[in-house]
Design a protein around this ligand. Structure first.
Ligand code: NAD
Ligand code: IPM
Ligand code: MN
Length: 354
């Protein structure tokens, strides 16, 4: 029996709706497999700004420090989008990733056969699509020096990487590839950017320890194209913070919807942060319409990486696949005009299969 305390930061917009389904699934896992999971709520993002003035209150950090893992929904929304606001919801997310030094963000992208008909792409392109983005998460332009308002006429952000930062994320990518199809595609812009030349040189050096893994270098612009023209050729992609952010949203089209993608943010220990790849989707918030798959599959990753419960993680993933196979589609997947299930109904379908 495993006992675990899980910090729940559901945040803004559809965050609470999709996180609610992920918690229900985890509760079902606990009762089915005889574990004890407790859930404690904390504030992050816009709702935290409204209630405390901070996007990541100290109380939330203390809660997370005492937890085995963090389950997060999404942050942000039009209410807090004022460009001159001194504090933004997104700062809470960046701070929590940095605080726990969660430098590796795993974002798996799979094309489910049941959904192939529902993407804008040709079905034959999607055959065998199964890739893992390893996005560097605590460095690069997100955390480099920036100037917001100097004389009011200029602003800048800095892309800075150290060898150590690239090495540790490259090791994660090569090790992941060893357990998969043995290929790493390193994404960069080494033809223009100095930080990206350091990135490429470092990845080449780390590769020396992994002779069983094939390494290719792909420039980010061409990569954006190859993700659509030859998606099945990718196994593990390793990318900087910014490039990994952009390309994984693009790749979500292969999976049928941005709402499908989960993620795990990991550091050197077992503590991890688990969140869907999508944002707070203000356009559909509060309508019981959001696809909770990304959140539910993030909970499966939590079981795998923070709690070491591989069989339980697979059971959740299988139940999601069965629900999709039974054509339980939320509105983002359902064909135009067709019938669809609500967020709650989809979650319940997954639980029934579990
Ligand atoms: P978004 O990901 O929230 O939404 C993009 C589009 O995808 C929208 O049309 C939305 O309806 C749809 N979508 C997203 N998730 C869905 C789901 N689960 N089911 C069905 N449809 C879904 O991106 P955005 O609109 O560019 O950003 C909105 C806010 O979210 C911004 O404030 C942004 O900063 C924030 N954001 C937060 C996170 C995060 O918390 N990790 C990630 C991305 C964006
Ligand atoms: C994500 C989001 C965040 C990011 C934002 C909201 C800070 O887009 O988690 O992918 O850019 O990392
Ligand atoms: Mn993003």
């Amino acid at each position: 029996m495993t006992t675990a305390k899980i910090a729940v930061l559901s945040g803004d917009g559809i965050g609470p709706e999709v996180t609610g389904q992920a918690i229900s699934v985890l509760q079902k896992v606990a009762s089915k497999f005889g574990h004890e999971f407790s859930f404690e709520d904390g504030l992050i993002g816009g709702i935290a700004i409204d209630q405390t003035g901070s996007a990541l209150p100290d109380e939330t950090l203390r809660l997370c420090e005492g937890a085995s893992a963090i389950l997060l929904g999404a942050v942000g929304g039009p209410k807090w989008d004022n460009p001159t606001a001194p504090v933004r919801p997104e700062q809470g997310l960046l701070r929590i990733r940095k605080h726990f030094e969660l430098f590796a963000n795993l974002r798996p992208v799979k094309a489910y056969p049941a959904l192939a008909q529902h993407t804008p792409l040709k079905t034959e392109l999607l055959e065998g699509v199964d890739m893992l983005f390893v996005r560097e998460l605590t460095g690069g332009i997100y955390f480099g020096q920036r100037q917001e308002q100097g004389d009011g006429d200029t602003a800048y952000d800095t892309e800075l990487y150290t060898v150590g930062e690239v090495e540790r994320v490259a090791h994660i990518a090569f090790r992941a590839a060893q357990g998969r199809r043995g290929k790493v595609s390193s994404v960069d812009k080494a033809n223009v950017l100095a930080a990206m030349r350091l990135w490429r040189r470092t990845v080449v050096n780390v590769h020396e320890d992994y002779s069983d893994v094939t390494l290719e270098h792909v420039l980010v612009d061409a990569c954006a194209m190859h993700l659509i023209t030859r998606p099945a050729s990718f196994d593990v992609l390793v990318a900087s913070n910014l490039f990994g952010d952009i390309l994984s949203d693009e790749a979500s089209v292969l999976a049928g919807s941005l709402g499908m993608l989960p993620s795990a943010s990991l550091g050197s220990g077992t503590m991890g942060l688990y969140e869907p790849v999508h944002g707070s989707a203000p356009d559909i918030a509060g309508q019981d319409k959001a696809n909770p798959t990304g959140a539910i599959l993030s909970a499966a990753m939590l079981l795998r990486y923070s709690l070491g419960l591989e069989a339980e993680a697979r059971a959740v993933e299988a139940a999601v696949e069965q629900a999709l196979g039974a054509e339980a589609y939320t509105a983002d997947i359902a064909p135009r005009g067709g019938s669809s299930v609500s967020t709650t109904e989809f979650g319940q379908t997954v639980i029934n299969y579990l």
